[in-house]
Design a protein around this ligand. Structure first.
Ligand code: HEC
Ligand code: HEC
Ligand code: HEC
Ligand code: HEC
Ligand code: HEC
Ligand code: HEC
Ligand code: HEC
Length: 408
């Protein structure tokens, strides 16, 4: 037991040392040309849309896309900074989330002596399930070792961090490609990790991530105020099924290995011009986290219809807590006119079927990919997500039906 503890302390110290070594290298701060040819890409910013699309803009501010990355501050940070602010890796090493000198920090303490402190600079994740934070060091971004985990309302070890108080995990451009609108990458050829411009980035998944850079669109409509048809802008609802799906799949399609620099893909593009075509895993190996596309695409609904993500989702609204209402979307295809209603329709009341439609056919499952290590636990705890594999789940259905009967 004691031997284990020592091992943990030593690991913590080693990690901190490695960090300091890396800090001495790569001191060049010169900004270089972006790798993805994006100098020509001109973003207007979401505020520029307010003038002509105020309602959508206001909906978007309440969406999870908008807050999925933001500057770290008193408004955006989740988690306790006062009393329940420590996470113990072992008896000798803990990390504390601290507010000091007007800023927010994570500090590693070894035998109660502060050893290393790094700021919260940017939050990643809305906090619906959790929030991980990252910090700048020169042109690099690194992940902080503690993550706020919403299900249990506490600080935990960041996903994938088991026994190491690691301040040295670099953030890749692919992480930012999914959680922000744009980061200018300025990686040096021999750099050990991706480097970013500290001035040229846009946090949040903003309007132009899904519609493409809009400077030209705005200029056109300023010059043609009577024009009722949108010009020089991508609308997923009017694109092909593949184009519409590829946009969502860029971030909701699981792990993809890129063949072009991150941030090259633009709305309307085909995904596999930028990523290696994946071989397709069996459904049992897909995770409910981050791969809504893969799971949906394995469903009969998807295979036998022209379904896209926006058959059920609105591009702008925050639909959280409206789970029950989704049955309306199912009934656009599954209705008595089409003769493909639920097999239970003859034996179970319609209102009961509607209220539980999603719970029976798209149940919530534990993720194997988003798992965090909680205090005093050796096995990580999962976040829970809705399965997009629409199917018949016999056991879950039985349970839901029996709950109904026991309640009567
Ligand atoms: C000067 C006014 C103006 C501004 C500013 C503006 N738009 Fe538009 N936009 C229009 C008009 C007019 C249309 C056509 C009518 C409609 O669909 O609302 C349109 C349509 C659209 C469409 C639908 C296109 C289609 O083919 O259906 C999208 C998407 C869009 N705009 C996105 C944006 C975004 C994103 C911004 C901000 C970055 C923006 N617009 C700023 C005037 C503007
Ligand atoms: C640039 C990456 C990106 C693109 C493109 C994208 N999303 Fe997302 N989406 C995210 C991220 C990241 C989250 C998680 C936000 C959070 O809670 O931090 C998310 C969250 C969501 C949610 C969950 C909201 C909730 O209630 O938890 C839905 C639904 C969703 N996206 C649908 C879509 C659809 C449909 C498309 C295509 C039209 C799309 N997304 C395109 C990155 C993206
Ligand atoms: C996650 C991707 C995503 C983001 C972010 C996003 N949109 Fe959209 N937008 C869509 C999708 C999908 C559609 C088509 C289906 C629909 O209307 O939901 C759409 C449709 C539109 C339309 C045309 C249809 C309509 O409802 O008038 C406009 C205009 C528009 N968006 C503007 C904006 C503006 C302005 C913002 C930012 C404030 C924004 N969008 C942010 C995905 C997105
Ligand atoms: C391929 C795209 C992709 C990459 C890469 C990615 N994420 Fe995510 N992430 C998502 C999507 C989509 C969601 C929300 C839906 C889900 O979990 O299925 C999400 C959810 C999250 C959440 C939980 C948000 C919430 O409150 O629900 C956190 C925290 C997070 N990601 C952090 C990160 C960090 C940090 C990285 C990089 C080190 C990263 N993600 C890499 C797509 C991605
Ligand atoms: C765009 C149309 C469409 C929508 C929307 C849709 N489905 Fe389907 N669904 C289908 C089609 C087509 C099939 C295949 C029917 C067949 O093979 O005979 C199907 C099959 C199914 C099956 C049988 C699956 C299996 O593996 O045997 C279930 C269960 C189902 N849908 C439930 C739902 C639920 C629940 C929703 C809403 C969350 C939904 N569907 C939304 C078109 C749709
Ligand atoms: C047949 C309807 C349907 C389709 C099609 C669909 N979704 Fe969903 N999605 C749902 C329902 C229902 C929920 C649960 C909503 C809730 O509980 O708030 C959901 C939730 C989500 C969430 C939040 C995850 C969670 O656990 O809360 C994300 C992210 C998401 N969808 C993305 C997508 C993407 C990306 C696509 C396209 C690949 C897609 N969805 C297609 C019905 C659908
Ligand atoms: C209590 C759980 C439960 C609820 C609620 C429920 N279903 Fe079902 N559904 C089932 C089960 C179980 C089956 C398979 C029955 C069988 O094969 O005998 C089924 C079968 C189906 C099928 C046919 C699949 C096939 O094999 O052809 C469709 C389509 C379907 N459901 C759609 C829906 C829709 C849409 C809703 C909501 C409006 C809904 N169901 C509500 C449990 C449920």
């Amino acid at each position: 037991m004691i031997a284990f503890r020592k091992y943990y302390v030593v690991t913590g110290l080693i990690v901190i040392t490695i960090f300091s070594l890396l800090s001495l290298e790569n001191c060049s701060q010169n900004e270089k040309a972006p790798a993805d040819g994006s100098e020509q890409r001109r973003f207007a910013g979401s505020e520029a849309c307010i003038r002509c699309h105020r309602d959508i803009y206001e909906q978007h501010l309440r969406s999870f896309h908008h807050v999925t990355s933001a500057p770290a501050n008193g408004q955006t940070l989740k988690g306790d900074f006062d009393s329940a602010n420590k996470f113990y890796y072992n008896d000798h090493l803990f990390i504390a989330a601290e507010k000091k000198q007007g800023g927010f920090y994570q500090t590693a303490y070894v035998n109660d002596v502060p050893k290393l402190s790094r700021p919260f600079n940017i939050v990643v994740g809305s906090g619906k399930r959790g929030q991980t934070s990252i910090y700048w060091f020169q042109n690099y971004l690194f992940e902080l070792p503690l993550t706020y985990f919403t299900e249990t309302n506490e600080w935990t070890a960041s996903p994938g961090y088991s026994r190491k108080a690691d301040f040295n995990r670099s953030i890749t451009s692919r992480c930012l490609e999914c959680h922000s609108t744009y980061f200018q990458e300025i990686t040096d050829k021999d750099a050990k990790a991706d480097e970013f411009s500290k001035t040229n980035f846009i946090l949040g998944v903003e309007c132009e991530k899904c519609h493409g850079p809009a400077v030209e669109h705005i200029a056109f409509h300023d010059q043609h105020p009577g024009e009722k048809i949108g010009h020089a802008i991508f609308n997923p609802a009017k694109a092909s099924r593949e184009q519409s799906l590829d946009l969502c799949r860029l971030c909701h399609g699981g792990r993809l290995s890129k063949t072009k620099p991150s941030f090259s893909f633009q709305p309307g593009d085909r995904l596999f011009d930028f990523f290696r075509q994946d071989t397709g895993k069996p459904i049992s190996e897909m995770d409910v986290h981050g791969n809504q596309y893969g799971m949906l695409a394995a469903s009969k609904c998807f295979k036998n219809s022209g379904m896209t993500c926006i058959s059920c989702h609105d591009g702008h609204k925050n639909e959280s807590m409206q789970t029950v209402q989704f049955y309306v979307k199912c009934e656009t295809c599954h209705n008595s006119a089409a003769h493909n209603t639920c097999k239970l329709a003859s034996t179970v009341r319609q209102d009961f079927l509607r209220i539980n439609c999603i719970n029976c056919h798209m149940p919530v499952e534990a993720s194997k990919a988003i798992m965090v290590l909680r205090k005093n636990e050796s096995i990580p705890t999962s976040a829970h997500m809705r399965s997009h594999y629409i199917s018949v789940y016999k056991d879950i259905s039985k349970r839901i039906l029996s709950e109904k009967n026991s309640g009567l």
